[in-house]
Design a protein around this ligand. Structure first.
Ligand code: PGA
Length: 261
């Protein structure tokens, strides 16, 4: 079962997960982080950046793999996930840019980009902790409904709902790319620890389906039920449709201190 942790707000979620990532890096200075984009993980990156200022830790050997990238955006486009990861993660945390990988959405090499990315993750020894958001469609990464639980990094066509959701980052909705390259659900499931974050009412259905719903490719988030170590961090609004919410709170309140996250 996923461990569900209900926090007061995004700041509390950020502090909790940033502390756990710090512990990981302290134990393993070349830890491999799985990096999500979107609004949801920002509180984690900000809390981690702030803690590295107040209590420095050597992060120069930390490695990272982003979940996904748009296909066909011009190099250097400010909304490419390469640019977002540089702006929101690499620079504020002071990571070594060459250690941070993003799937290559360049059309010229798109046919081999998925396999190349899978190889790079394997060569790095796999992802230690994978940060995840979830879309209103239930997607993890850009694995839209119907994605195979065994899928690896490949090209996907975005749903119109996801393109609408992401239009806020572009000048016009038509500018949101139609295609993306995303780690597959099978890739994500190979990470050692999954941390799925969600905040607000709009995510309540997707969280309930992921944590408690039927395991089905129609709800890509439900893939987490196959994974042995999942931490779901939600606010009350995103948790509001969970049937067993009282039990999750009870379990968290009585969690043995030695267990960690
Ligand atoms: P969001 O996106 O964090 O911007 O809500 C999550 C997602 O689409 O996976």
């Amino acid at each position: 079962m996923a461990e569900v942790v209900v926090v007061e707000n995004e700041l509390a979620a950020g502090a909790l997960i940033a502390a756990s990532i710090r512990d990981l890096i302290a134990q393993k200075p070349d830890a491999v982080l799985g990096l999500a984009t979107g609004s949801t993980p920002l509180s984690v990156y900000r809390a981690l950046a702030a803690s590295l200022v107040s209590d420095p830790l050597d992060v120069s050997r930390v490695r990272g793999f982003a979940l996904d990238e748009y296909v066909g955006l011009p190099a250097g486009h400010p909304e490419s996930y390469r640019a977002v990861i540089t702006r929101e993660v690499v620079e504020p945390l002071g990571l070594t840019a060459e250690n941070i990988h993003v799937p290559n959405g360049d059309l010229a090499s798109i046919e081999t980009a998925g396999d190349d990315y899978e190889r790079a993750i394997v060569e790095a020894g796999g992802v230690d902790v994978q940060i995840l958001g979830i879309g209103r469609t239930g997607h993890l990464g850009f694995n839209e409904p119907g994605s195979s639980f065994a899928s690896t990094t490949r090209i996907k066509t975005l749903t119109e709902k996801t393109r609408e959701d992401n239009a806020r980052f572009f000048d016009s909705p038509d500018d949101v790319p139609m295609h993306c390259i995303t780690q597959g659900l099978g890739t994500i499931l190979r990470a050692k620890h999954l941390v799925l974050l969600a905040f607000g009412d709009a995510k309540a259905d997707a969280i309930a389906a992921a944590v408690e719903g039927a395991v089905t490719a129609s709800q890509p988030g439900s893939a987490i039920q196959f994974h042995p170590q999942v931490t779901v961090v939600v606010d009350e609004a995103a948790a509001s449709k969970l049937t067993n919410l009282a039990y999750y709170k009870h379990a968290w309140a009585h969690k043995p201190a030695w267990q960690g996250l």
